[in-house]
Design a protein. Structure first.
Length: 467
């Protein structure tokens, strides 16, 4: 029987991001995928600013920026005529602590290619064509059975295998949710002629249905996204997709020169009743399913992985097992809030913009957030640690705080010497943080904040396995 420390089931953005995070920490992990190749479609195409910060830390931001582009404005058409353009986002001025101020558009298949390349660069790999058929667990590990008759024993398992998660079903974990929209939707990647690539083109119909054609940055393709009339049965064959384009737009069916991928779905919002059952964790769509509106699903999923990776590595290296309890505590509450947000965007109740960039996601109420100051400033325990300019520190290349954060370590702002191995330091926190000493978690959130580096800090470090 094969053995591993962590078995990750599912090679979508969630599983790949987790694989990268564990690989750079030296954790023995296996990543398996039921399909024979990476997902081929564009489905999750929006990368929010917070996820760009995660990708910076994971070492893929340059490739993502090179392969992506800004969101185009929407151009509305009626009867073959352009009737007006509108911004897709509320405009707001980012602050100095935000190095990536706007969402980027990149097809999901390209994001996965970039993550996969980074994983292999770090020595990881994906075993394709491996379908999980069941699992059993005991106090020491999990036995996972595969369709080919083999079994892998892992100390921990992460189900990142999508909205129809076999891992979630094997655990008997329920999923509670609602239908966001009763209408059927079609999404497809295609190539066409006769339409510019400057705008996200929208073709509304009198019955409330609509078809959009969005140019996919870095490619020659458009993403088709159509809300069809209630009760209709979508045809997602190449000819069916061509017929949709001809029905809703001024283009002819033959103007669609290639249909590369297509699918149908019914938007829903659902949340797993638990994100953990013993030694098995749920992440990404296996734990929460979103409407695609507002670009929240993939981003929330990547941040699940980013939250879980360092905690698994810490426990495997001797940190208290209780550290893993904070994964569900932190991520399930955030997923519930983001589900409400994405549903609001879908229904037109929330505008894309400040609310959807995910820079405000935080963990102030987490048991892992220790705020010991009597008069906290603007940045508190549990908050995202913002970027800032720093000077006079030889460790910081480029003069930015995020350069100091980059990597799998902890960072202490306001100390001249590291309190423990595995903690980097900066003599003082930037003025934008307010007064105090700040311990920054490996995932870029403030774990502990105090007036000075006291015994409380030492106890906190013990609790997260930094001894």
């Amino acid at each position: 029987m094969e053995t591993t420390d962590v078995l990750i089931v599912g090679a979508g953005p969630t599983g790949l991001a987790l694989g990268i995070d564990l690989a750079r920490r030296g954790v023995a992990a296996q990543l398996v995928e039921r399909a024979d190749a990476l997902f081929p479609g564009s489905r999750g195409k929006g990368i929010q600013p917070r996820t760009q910060e995660v990708f910076d830390d994971l070492g893929v931001i340059d490739a993502v920026l090179a392969s992506s582009g800004p969101y185009p404005d929407r151009m509305v058409w009626r009867d073959g005529e352009r009737v007006g353009e509108e911004s897709m986002f509320e405009r707001f001025e980012p602050d100095a602590g935000t190095p990536y101020p706007a969402p980027r558009m990149i097809p999901q298949w390209r994001t996965q290619e970039i993550l996969y390349a980074r994983l292999t660069e770090l020595g990881g790999k994906v075993a394709f064509g491996r379908e999980v058929t069941g699992l059993t667990q005991d106090a020491d590990g999990v036995d996972v059975a595969f369709a080919d008759g083999t079994t892998v024993r892992a100390r921990y398992v992460v189900g990142a295998d999508g909205g129809r998660s076999g891992i979630r079903r094997a655990l008997g974990v329920g999923m509670t949710g609602e239908t966001v929209d009763p209408a059927p939707f079609v999404v497809a990647d295609l190539r066409l002629r006769g339409l510019d690539r400057v705008y996200w083109h929208a073709f509304p119909a009198a019955d409330g249905s609509i078809l959009g054609l969005c140019p996919l940055a870095g490619t020659e393709e458009f993403q088709l996204a159509a809300r069809l009339p209630e009760g209709s049965e979508p045809d997602v064959s190449p000819d069916g997709v061509r017929e949709l384009v001809a029905r809703y737009t001024h283009l002819a069916a033959e103007d669609v020169t290639e249909v590369r991928w297509s699918s149908e779905f019914r938007p829903r919002a659902a949340l797993a009743d638990r994100f953990r059952a013993g030694r098995v964790f749920l992440a990404g769509d296996a734990a929460h399913v979103h409407s695609p509106a507002g670009g929240q699903g993939l981003n929330t999923s990547v941040q699940d992985a980013y939250n879980l990776g360092w905690k698994l590595a810490a426990v495997l290296n001797g940190a208290p097992e209780t550290l893993l309890e904070t994964y569900e505590e932190e991520r399930r509450a955030n997923a519930a809030a983001v589900l409400e947000l994405s549903t609001g965007v879908h229904r037109g109740e929330v505008q894309r913009g400040r609310a959807t960039v995910q820079l405000g996601v935080g963990y102030r109420d987490s048991s892992l957030s220790a705020e010991t100051r009597t008069d906290p400033g603007p940045v508190r325990a549990g908050d995202r640690a913002p970027d800032a300019e720093v000077s006079g520190d030889a460790e910081v290349s480029g003069g930015r705080l995020f350069d100091l954060f980059r990597g799998p370590h902890w960072t202490l702002l306001g100390a001249t010497a590291p309190p423990r191995a595995g903690v980097r330091t900066l003599p003082s926190a930037p003025e934008s943080y307010g007064p105090g000493v700040f311990l920054i978690r490996p995932d870029g959130y403030v774990g502990w904040a105090g007036e000075t580096a006291t015994e409380d800090l030492a106890a906190y470090l013990d609790g997260v396995g930094i001894r």
